[in-house]
Design a protein around this ligand. Structure first.
Ligand SMILES: CC(C)(COP(=O)(O)OP(=O)(O)OC[C@H]1O[C@@H](n2cnc3c(N)ncnc32)[C@H](O)[C@@H]1OP(=O)(O)O)[C@@H](O)C(=O)NCCC(=O)NCCS
Length: 168
């Protein structure tokens, strides 16, 4: 798998298109269409992604052969790397790509002198919780966030300890 750092408008457009496809496919049964539409507009529109990148987020496109198979988005938060987004297209799941992405992010965190990867995942996103547990994340318990317009993110907080590289 190739991992491309997102910087151009075309790459941001590709991320937004993947978000639209994957969130509609995966999250409607979990949070409903109204919340998917709201969250896509608020967090994964081209404008929202561009603003996040300006404010310290890094996005990466995941490519297998000629196909963009998913993306990830992270930002440093306290002593960890916050994994804000990791989404693989439905047809490409269960093939080890998520593991490869987490290994890449573990290296990235280590190089930044950070000691863990943290994330939040919807309580009812059962398959992804199982995958994260297999990938070495521990469940730290419930984490609820009000995201406006009557919606909440009803999540678990998870974290994985990574090896910090000695900084010289
Ligand atoms: C969660 C996700 C990123 C994992 O990526 P993936 O490419 O499917 O995962 P991998 O194939 O690398 O699997 C990683 C590990 O999890 C395990 N795993 C994956 N799906 C699983 C499932 N449904 N149940 C149990 N274990 C699972 C794999 O067996 C593997 O463990 P192993 O290497 O010890 O065998 C991906 O499935 C996804 O994008 N899901 C939908 C969107 C989503 O919910 N993203 C997370 C939002 S917080």
């Amino acid at each position: 798998m190739n991992i491309e750092r997102v910087s151009t408008e075309a790459q941001i457009e590709t991320v937004a298109a993947l978000a639209h496809e994957i969130w509609n496919q995966h999250f409607i049964p979990i949070i409903g269409k109204a919340q998917v539409d709201y969250m896509l507009e608020k967090f994964q529109s081209k404008k929202a992604i561009s603003e996040q990148i300006e404010n310290g987020y890094s996005y990466y496109l995941l490519k297998a052969g000629d196909e963009y198979v998913g993306y990830t988005g992270v930002c440093p938060k306290e002593d960890g790397l916050f994994l804000s987004k990791l989404y693989i297209r439905a047809s490409q799941r269960g093939k080890g790509l998520g593991r490869e992405a987490i290994e890449f992010l573990g290296e990235l965190a280590g190089r930044k002198g950070l000691s863990k990867i943290t994330l939040t995942v919807n309580k009812n996103n059962t398959d992804s919780i199982k995958a994260y547990e297999k990938l070495g994340f521990a469940n730290l318990g419930v984490f609820v966030q009000d995201i406006g317009s009557g919606f909440v993110m009803d999540d678990y907080k998870m974290e994985k300890v990574v090896r910090r590289k000695e900084l010289c």
